[in-house]
Design a protein around this ligand. Structure first.
Ligand SMILES: Nc1ncnc2c1ncn2[C@@H]1O[C@H](COP(=O)(O)OP(=O)(O)OP(=O)(O)O)[C@@H](O)[C@H]1O
Ligand SMILES: O=P(O)(O)OC[C@H]1O[C@H](OP(=O)(O)OP(=O)(O)O)[C@H](O)[C@@H]1O
Length: 214
């Protein structure tokens, strides 16, 4: 049996995660040159990686199929809690923002407001803390469209470069919180495979610190 199983989030985090693993000395060539395969043995260490959607990364870790998962803080904030969040990797940096059309600040609008988001729990918590009477409309993508078409008074979404908001004429009214990728660990694996888990996290932390020094 392999010593560690690691679930990696596919998509935007994939390339930065594999680059970090390569810098840490892991054998991720198969991940870097993949076709449609989903499971990848490390070519140097007793590790296997698999690529999953962000929400599924948490599920695999919670069920112990993955000992470790690499996933965005946005996904962790939205659901699941049966794992240990061990390390901020400092990659996949972006932020949650509240945005809308110019002169349509949902934060200063009185009474009932409608907010569109892919992240209903993050949105609920954010507006609850602000004491607003909010109705959340769950949207699965192209969230910026919703206030433009009048579906809602504003959105809570991820912003990285700001290009999507700008090109759609929306403005940021507030930053909810910063986001970056985290390493999460299965609770049983943390006890039963502690030396392997800690060695892996230490290797990634060393790369993160070296990058910060640059
Ligand atoms: N500009 C960005 N937009 C969205 N996510 C980003 C961005 N920059 C970094 N991320 C991080 O990358 C993770 C994966 O995002 P990605 O868009 O690839 O997958 P997704 O949210 O499942 O979307 P899709 O359903 O389009 O595949 C996010 O959860 C977030 O932590
Ligand atoms: O600030 P920017 O650099 O423009 O990035 C932010 C955009 O990227 C994400 O969408 P994504 O591309 O994942 O597509 P989606 O709308 O289908 O979620 C996010 O929801 C924003 O729309």
């Amino acid at each position: 049996m392999v010593s560690l199983s690691i679930a990696l989030t596919k998509g935007r985090l994939e390339q930065q995660t594999t680059a970090m693993l390569a810098k840490a000395g892991y054998g991720v060539e198969k991940l870097q040159n993949k076709g449609r395969a989903l499971v990848f043995p490390d070519t140097r260490k007793d590790i296997r990686y698999f690529l999953v959607k962000a929400n599924d990364c948490i599920t695999y870790v919670e069920h112990g199929v993955a000992d470790i998962g690499i996933v965005g803080k946005d996904t962790l904030m939205e659901g699941g809690s049966d794992y240990y969040e061990m390390l901020d990797l400092g990659i996949g940096r972006c932020r949650f923002i509240c945005a809308s059309l110019p002169d349509h600040n949902p934060l200063t609008k009185s009474g009932h407001i409608k907010i569109g988001s892919k992240y209903p729990e993050v949105t609920r918590q954010y507006f609850l803390n602000k004491g607003k009477d909010v109705e959340i409309i769950k949207i699965d993508g192209s969230v910026e469209l919703a206030p433009i078409l009048g579906l809602c008074d504003g959105i809570v979404d991820i912003m990285e470069t700001g290009t999507t908001l700008r090109e759609n004429g929306l403005v940021v009214y507030d930053t909810v919180c910063p986001i970056s990728a985290r390493a999460i660990v299965n609770k049983a694996a943390f006890k039963l495979k502690r030396p392997e888990v800690m060695a892996f996290l230490k290797d990634l932390e060393t790369v993160k610190e070296a990058e910060n020094v640059k």
